[in-house]
Write a protein that binds this ligand. Structure first.
Ligand code: 13P
Length: 257
């Protein structure tokens, strides 16, 4: 599977700003797609939901793919303010971020909800779920760190099967590294990804993991620290917040992969 780099614009841009940045992405990666090297990397942008349809127009003639930052777990119904997977599909999304730690923190999302959202996505759409896992600073210091991550992965995917044409992404995003400039040590991320890979192999088997599941890293990745991380065996890509708001910085990350 080729590597993937995903921009999470969070709630940082309005509609016009999102379209403007999306146009810069489209231009940058349209040119880059001609180079064999960059053509083999997937680039995904996740703007706010209200910007999706306009951003789709801005990137339609480029290799840049569209993703959403959230989805609801029911197919249709009286769920004020929520958005269904079918609507995201209609808006042109090919990816959706599920269970970001900011949603776990501010909206009290738990792993039952994250599981339901993952299942809904795979059961009712062609969209690839990007399931976020990651520990707090307190968990990091404790001996339970590894168990916490394994249990997050197991809860999110329990009982879920991937059909041969489906993919899933696990994004390891330690909460203490998000937006803090605190970058994880390469050996640390290597260990954590190895452990996550073992957990998904237990659930899905080696072959499915090899061809259908990516494990990517997120947390203060930028143009400077990306080189060390990109060279690791167990990293299939990045989920980038702050650095994805500047096209040059993001392109640097994409080019290092
Ligand atoms: P930063 O890259 O700003 O640390 O954010 C990471 C993140 O939360 C991506 O989902």
């Amino acid at each position: 599977m080729n590597k993937i780099i995903i921009a999470n614009w969070k709630m940082r841009l309005g509609i016009k700003e999102s379209v403007k940045l999306a146009e810069q992405y489209a231009q940058r990666f349209k040119d880059a797609a001609r180079s064999a090297d960059l053509a083999s990397r997937k680039v995904v942008i996740c703007p706010s939901e209200i910007s999706l349809t306009k951003v789709r127009e801005a990137v339609k003639d480029s290799p840049v793919k569209l993703g959403a930052q959230n989805v609801f777990w029911e197919e249709i119904g009286s769920y004020t303010g929520e958005i269904s997977i079918k609507t995201l599909e209609e808006a042109g999304c090919e990816y959706v971020i599920i269970g970001h730690s900011e949603r776990r923190q501010y909206l009290l999302e738990n792993y039952e909800m994250i599981h339901n959202k993952t299942k809904e996505t795979l059961d009712h759409s062609k969209i690839t779920p990007i399931v976020c896992v990651g520990e707090s600073i307190e968990d990091r210091e404790s001996e339970k760190r590894e168990n916490i991550i394994i249990s997050q992965v197991q809860q999110a995917f329990s009982g879920i099967q991937l059909l041969p044409n489906q993919q899933a992404i696990v994004a390891y995003e330690p909460i203490w590294a998000i937006g803090t400039g605190q970058v994880i040590r390469p050996d640390d991320v290597e260990n954590m990804h190895e452990m996550i890979r073992a957990a998904v192999v237990d659930m899905f088997g080696v072959d499915v993991v090899k061809s259908q599941i990516r494990i990517i890293y997120g947390g203060s990745v930028d143009g400077k620290n990306v080189k060390k991380l990109a060279s690791l065996d167990n990293i299939d890509g990045f989920l980038v917040g702050g650095a994805s708001l500047k096209i040059n910085e993001f392109a640097k990350i994409a080019e290092s992969l």
